[in-house]
Design a protein around this ligand. Structure first.
Ligand code: UDP
Length: 367
């Protein structure tokens, strides 16, 4: 009887959060994992160093779709993956989240009649303006196994007639990723010294969503809000955001009032997040991390697919003056706020999501 380790499981990914959230799944699959990198995020500091953080060797970028339009990224990736899957016939294909790489892996698996596993399934913002919403709906409906982080995600799948025979509730793999890489208190103190910061004395921000950074007027509003805060704001810049800022003098002047950094490695980002007063971000994963690190986060978006943390760890605020208003309110008594958040459990599970996912893959391919 062959074990899962003897099989070939294709893991398709292309961005920083996919590497973070699939790192442990890939490790558990061991020699069975055939990692295929589409190149959607091609910079080393969004890609290679994240494989290294999980003790994995970065695969070569096989498709190289970085920088192309969404349609081209999906189309070229499907074509390349289709040829690969037809030649190599993996017993299952694993995709994660809501990226163009995930949707391409899903379509190519389906076209080759190969069982598809969707990790982080069932998230819904119900906001059709977001391309990610369409990507996650497509991946979920094609998936033979939907790995839903929470019961809310399971209910979203039920509402779209995806039944329990295709669903397993796993928790979110971010829990084990964070636990593995969060620096210990001494290393965090060293990070504060390195960046000239004090415990709970700064805000950590991340921005990269097209609706926030592609329109200079929107990005200006966000940067103005950050620059108006009474504490230092640390902003590791996503390459997309850096390009936008570098081509507008007014944006560059606002950014000069912030502590702008290159994108950080995962451990360093987590260390600073754990020591921050709060986060201000448009990221999906940062909302989950806030609930694990017991830090509040202003989610600068019009909608979220992670409603589980709203009203406890997160407030949803579109670009505008409410951002700094909320941040100032939290800064007013930040120690009491942190103490209160420390008593609230994260909704994202117990750190066994990667193992549950691999068990689900085993059952699916009957190994
Ligand atoms: N992150 C990081 N370094 C940074 C900024 C973010 O390691 O400088 C991590 C962060 O902890 C989170 C993930 O990157 O887990 C979020 O990635 P991104 O915002 O690109 O994607 P999203 O979560 O919105 O899909």
């Amino acid at each position: 009887m062959p074990t899962l380790q003897d099989q070939s499981i294709a893991v398709v990914l292309g961005t920083r959060p996919e590497i973070i959230k699939l790192g442990h799944v890939i490790r558990l699959l061991g020699p069975a994992a055939r990692v295929i990198h589409t190149g959607q995020h091609f910079d080393d500091d969004l890609s290679k160093i994240f494989f290294g953080a999980f003790g994995l060797v970065a695969p070569p970028v096989t498709i190289g779709v970085g920088g192309a339009t969404r349609g081209t990224q999906i189309g070229r990736s499907v074509a390349e993956l289709d040829a690969r899957f037809a030649a190599e016939r993996p017993v299952a294909v694993v995709v994660q989240g809501d990226t163009n790489s995930a949707v391409a892996g899903a379509i190519a698996a389906n076209a080759n009649d190969i069982p598809l596993v969707h990790v982080e399934s069932g998230l819904r913002s119900h906001d059709r303006r977001m391309p990610e919403e369409h990507n996650r709906v497509i991946a979920d409906h094609l998936a033979d196994l939907c790995c839903a982080p929470t019961e809310t995600n399971r209910a979203n799948l039920h509402a779209e007639a995806i039944s329990d025979d295709r669903i397993v509730v796993t928790g979110n793999t971010i829990v084990e990723a964070l636990r593995a890489l969060l620096p210990d208190p001494a290393a965090r103190t060293a990070l504060l010294t390195k960046h000239d910061l004090t415990p709970a004395g700064f805000v950590l921000g991340t921005f990269h969503r097209p609706e926030n950074v592609d329109d200079p007027a929107v990005l200006e509003t966000i940067l103005e809000q950050l620059a108006s805060l009474p504490v230092p704001v640390v902003l590791p810049l996503h390459p997309r955001t850096r390009i936008r800022i570098s081509t507008h003098a007014k944006l560059a002047a606002l950014a000069a009032r912030l502590t702008v950094l290159e994108p950080l490695g995962y451990a360093e980002f987590l260390g600073l997040a754990a020591e921050s007063a709060m986060l201000i971000s448009d990221s999906g994963g940062v909302q989950e991390e806030a609930s694990l690190l017991k830090r509040p986060v202003v989610v600068v978006r019009r909608s979220t697919e992670r409603p589980e943390v709203l009203g406890t760890f997160a407030e949803l605020i579109p670009p505008g003056p409410q951002i700094s208003k909320q941040a100032r309110a939290w800064l007013g008594d930040v120690a009491a706020l942190h103490d209160r958040l420390a008593t609230i459990a994260s909704p994202y599970g117990d750190g066994t999501a990667s193992q549950r996912t691999v068990d689900g893959i085993g059952a699916l391919v009957d190994a």
